[in-house]
Design a protein around this ligand. Sequence first.
Ligand code: NIG
Ligand code: FE
Length: 416
Amino acid sequence: MSTTLITNIGELTTNVEQGGDPCGTLRDAAVLIADGRVAWVGRAADAPSAARVAQAHAGARDSPESGASVRVSTVGAEQMTTVDAAGRAVIPGFVDSHTHLVFGGDRADEFEARMSGTPYAAGGIRRTVAATRAASDDELRARLAGFVAEMAAQGTTTFEVKTGYGLTVADEERAARIAAEVTDEVTFLGAHVVPAEHADDRETYVDLVCGEMLDAVAPHAKWIDVFCERGAFTADESRRVLEAGAARGLGLRVHGNQLGHGEGVTLAVAAGAASVDHCTYLDDADVAALAASDTVATLLPGVEFSTRQPYPDARRLIDAGVTVALASDCNPGSSFTSSMPLMVALAVREMGMTPAEAVWASTAGGARALRRDDVGVIAPGARADLVLLDAPTRVHLAYRPGVPLVHTVWRGGEIL
Ligand code: NIG
Ligand code: FE
């Protein structure tokens, strides 16, 4: 059994709610990691010693609520690594619940034109579809590996990856298969846009997505997603796609209300989707429906930052009781960044979120959006995904935007 004690943590964000603090903040804390899981969390002064670790691990996993209570017994020569956090902050690893990382080419020219006033349009997706189809498996794999490494360096320990730049049976199957090599959270997004070759027979394309394409992709995927938006798929088409995915046992996600008001949120809530993502243009009924549902509103501020569109109103959602997540939406069109620290900074500085809310939304919120309870939290039994910040508090993620504050990242107890 390999064990690590991280001690002398100045501020620990556990995300285990405590006394009205959703972040479950502890000061002068320590975390014990054993066999890839969090084994114990508590005050540094109470941390188990090397000689007590093996039993502490077993005891804490048996009673996950009993954060600081450790059954102690003496065990012989247990090996334990001790990390002195020197008063720095530790947060759970970021959970990026929305990315599009299997693609070829880029669209820097489109970005440049946008910065001269050309508005963002979903039609650009077709350019990436062409470049993705032209790429070899190994090119896509190498590109994806690069993104995985850059995410790890920025503290992301769980991430979702969508297909959606293949849009043929073979290209979507390939994207899902390659994505499944790096994450369990693979999403089938055959309904991203109608590809050019089906521009005049979109119904045939929706049939393909709901039939042969779904059959080919489903074995690699956990989720199905649809871009329900003017210029992409109508509400009726989107509903068909979600129903077909649900019938195959996939969980549901929706891209909605990004470019204008629409039916995405209503559809997602009615279908019981885990998350509806973007949520930039919402009316009061959308907010009320979200608040009364289990559907997470995932906000993607990298998109507004990169497209110069108005940011979603996070304050309105949180004040209404909606569960909010933050994700990068990393993709070559609307948000070519994988940086969760940047999402936190944007959410705080541009969207009215407090630093605590933004850190929660980018960790526990992402986990909720993926319906996971083993990540996004630092509690006994959870996967040991932690980020040691080179800063005394999590506030610094927003206070010092653009500065690399990620000091050390553990995923499953291993340093990345
Ligand atoms: O989430 N909105 C739809 N899909 C992506 C953009 C994809 C692209 O522009 O290539 C998004 O923003
Ligand atoms: Fe997206």
